[in-house]
Design a protein around this ligand. Structure first.
Ligand code: NDP
Ligand code: PYC
Length: 335
């Protein structure tokens, strides 16, 4: 597929116009456009412009409120709650961000519990900016029932990603962002679109039998957690932290069948932000670097986040990479 290149700012501006035209407020459009363009820029392929049709069909279905105004609640010295108002999680995070930062700096730790929210994106953009400001951040979000718990037969958990970011001396923050399923649902959709098989041990068909066929996973089948009962336990934790603790829905609790076209999970998100200066000392970022060097000396040459930062640097030089067809599609949405 021929590749196009677009400067990051132009992609943000194009996506902002698309969101605005298809049912969001200016404020929501700006946040979602920046998030989606950042994922595309960094090569987070399952959560870049690939997600635009899903955003738009969801907005058209009335399942999500593109004009929602998040309500920030100061619950306790270390606890910020945000009711996203059936809107997207990222504008909710933006709305509570300053209060969360104040509390984390003041107390050494603070959390943000977002509920009544839709998260359809990569999770790393929610944590990386905190680490860029010298803080440690951990985020988790639950999604829609499409993962069978270990030993079970019925989809119950979401693909439930966890993302962590820590400042690293002399480098971009050290960040990982991973689904607790063997593969993200978005990557199963991409495999199906490209006619590719899944590796063994990733999914089951509608009868609960192992399958490598992404179509069978998507049509009545399900995914498995990564690492058997260990990934399953992490996914369980995400359900509790992102839904039970925040007041959001578990992945199995919402019913979107009355909104054909709805794709965005209606759940919750939890963020925990820590000021490492309150810990062993002010050299946390140097300690991160020491650990990274030790991992490298031990033979781990590629750290989580390295690929994204490489693609980001390339996009800064050449523009963000997009398939020609995708760019034509995007431009057609605002003509
Ligand atoms: P990957 O398996 O592609 O990557 C997981 C992490 O491991 C990344 O931080 C990645 O770094 C790192 N990594 C990958 N390969 C290596 C390696 N060989 N050595 C060291 N580190 C490595 O991600 P997933 O498929 O699990 O998730 C993809 C995206 O889907 C995530 O952004 C996630 O947030 C999103 N998602 C969103 C959901 C939602 O509900 N909103 C639900 C589920 C997933 P790098 O980034 O540099 O490649
Ligand atoms: O890729 O698993 C996924 C996903 C679920 C919700 C948004 N992305």
């Amino acid at each position: 597929m021929p590749e196009a290149r677009l400067p990051f700012d132009q992609l943000v501006s194009l996506l902002t116009s698309i969101f605005r035209k298809h049912g969001t407020s200016d404020a929501v459009a700006a946040v979602l456009a920046h998030n989606c363009a950042s994922a595309q820029r960094d090569g987070s392929d399952s959560h870049g412009v690939f997600r635009i049709p899903g955003y738009l069909s969801t907005l058209a279905s009335g399942w999500v409120d593109g004009h929602a105004r998040p309500e920030v609640e100061d619950r306790a010295p270390g606890f910020v709650a945000v009711d996203a108002g059936n809107g997207f999680a990222q504008p909710a995070l933006e709305a509570g961000r300053e209060l969360l930062l104040d509390k984390a700096r003041h107390n050494g730790i603070a959390l943000m519990a977002i509920r009544n929210s839709h998260h359809f994106a990569a999770l790393w953009p929610d944590v990386e900016p905190f680490a860029s400001e010298g803080l440690v951040a951990l985020a988790m979000v639950n999604s829609m029932a499409c993962v069978v718990p270990a030993g079970g037969r019925k989809p119950l958990f979401g693909t439930n990603p966890i993302s962590f970011a820590a400042p690293r001396a002399g480098h971009e923050p050290l960040v990982f962002d991973l689904a607790t399923s063997a593969i993200a649902h978005g990557d199963v959709q991409i495999a199906a679109k490209e006619g590719k098989k899944l590796p063994e041990g990733y999914g089951v068909d509608a009868d609960g039998n192992p399958t490598c066929d992404p179509e069978k996973v998507l049509n009545g089948g399900a995914l498995l957690p990564f690492g058997g009962y260990k990934g399953s336990a992490l996914s369980m934790m995400v359900e509790l932290m992102a839904a039970a603790l925040t007041g959001g829905n578990f992945s199995f609790e919402f019913d979107w069948s009355g909104h054909p076209g709805a794709k965005t999970p209606w759940t919750g998100e939890l963020l925990i932000v820590i000021d490492p200066a309150c810990g062993a000392g002010s050299d946390f970022a140097e300690r991160t670097e020491t650990l990274v060097q030790a991992m490298s000396d031990a033979g781990q040459q590629r750290q989580p986040g390295d690929r994204r930062y490489r693609q980001r640097a390339e996009a800064q030089r050449l523009g963000v990479a997009l398939k020609e067809d995708d760019l034509t599609y995007l431009r057609g949405l605002v003509d």
